[in-house]
Ligand binder design. Structure first.
Ligand code: HSE
Length: 335
């Protein structure tokens, strides 16, 4: 399976490391032979039609800070439009206003007949219903496990394990950065110090106001509710409030209550806001964890908890999607 990788940040690097590490197993278990023919960062594209040397690319990026000047660098190339490949893996940063550059990547993939595996939330936040329709219309796969929950398979859980049931509501903590900050504020750490810590740990978005002002949670809520409840919504349909004004007091904690940034989709609509909540509620999870409760019409509330952010975790979700794509493309035949 020939892959074009767009984005060489923490997630892109982890993805290449995982391919190196799991390559033999992926082939043995699933007949999947991923060959990364091109990789792009914000400045350069490197290309080898027989497959790039992943270890070399990773080392080069680490040492030089970019792919510029690499022996496989090709100038003036638009990788998605100009190259032949089965799949585009997009791990470029999420922009929740324009959806770019992810939106252009998806359009180019559609026009050139390529499947997409993406961890970029921007395009889905602004145009998910239309994108799903266009990919379906073209018979192409658009897979996005890594957009919600990092490595925790929230989307797959509700899509596969609860299939056949109507999901009546979703309530979740879907942003690791703000959850980390609120947990640290319970320990008496200030908002700004806790945010700095979250950035150092690599949880925050390139622009962390997307985390603290609730936009990252809102984008994930859009993706979850379109997927699980078929709502046909975009970011414009979500009422959003972040955590900048939140205070967690000793008095609140002594009453067994705390505050979490909760994303909700129910009969009243879609909203993200800080809510006072019982500390024993399953949505009250430590550190940068995520937790999502799906309420199914018959079987009731199901809550899944797991790591919601991090390069390796998100890269694991990308691998899962590649395996799913392989199954779709031809069972366990080598590809
Ligand atoms: N900034 C995001 C978070 C990363 O903190 O959850 C994962 O999408």
């Amino acid at each position: 399976m020939r892959i074009i990788l767009l984005g060489m940040g923490v997630v892109g690097g982890s993805f290449l490391e995982l391919l190196e590490l799991e390559g033999a197993d992926l082939y043995r278990k699933y007949g999947l032979h991923p060959v990364v023919i091109a990789a792009a960062d914000s400045r350069s594209v490197v290309y080898n039609p027989r497959g790039l040397d992943l270890r070399n690319i990773l080392m080069y990026k680490r040492t030089h800070g970019s792919l510029q000047g690499h022996p496989n660098e090709v100038e003036g190339l638009d990788p998605v439009r100009d190259l032949d490949a089965e799949v585009v893996v997009d791990v470029t940063p999420s922009d929740f206003r324009t959806g770019e550059p992810g939106l252009s990547h998806l359009r180019a993939a559609l026009q050139t007949g390529k499947h997409v595996v993406t961890a970029n939330k921007g395009p889905l936040a602004v145009e998910m219903p239309a994108l799903i329709e266009m990919f379906q219309h073209k018979g192409l796969k658009l897979l996005f496990s890594g957009t919600v929950g990092g490595g925790t398979p929230f989307l797959r859980f509700v899509g596969k394990c609860l299939s056949g049931e109507r999901i009546t509501s979703i309530r979740g903590v879907v942003n690791g950065t703000t959850n980390y900050i609120l947990n640290r504020m319970e320990d008496g750490v200030s908002f700004s110090d806790a945010l700095k810590e979250a950035q150092e740990k690599g949880y925050a978005e390139a622009d962390p106001s997307n985390d603290v002002d609730g936009w990252d949670s809102a984008a994930k809520l859009v993706i979850l509710s379109n997927w699980a409840m078929d709502l046909g919504v975009t970011l414009r349909d979500v009422s959003v409030r972040g955590i900048r004004d939140v205070r967690i007091t000793e008095e609140m904690l002594s009453r067994g209550r705390t505050v979490r940034l909760i994303a909700t989709a129910d009969e009243s609509g879609l909203r993200v806001r800080p809510e006072e909540i019982d500390r024993k509620d399953p949505l009250v999870v430590p550190g940068a964890l995520n937790a999502v409760s799906f309420t199914a019409e018959i079987s009731g509330r199901h809550t899944l908890t797991g790591k919601g952010a991090g390069g390796r975790e998100t890269a694991a979700a990308l691998l899962r999607d590649l395996v799913e794509l392989k199954m779709h493309m031809g069972g366990s035949e080598p590809c």
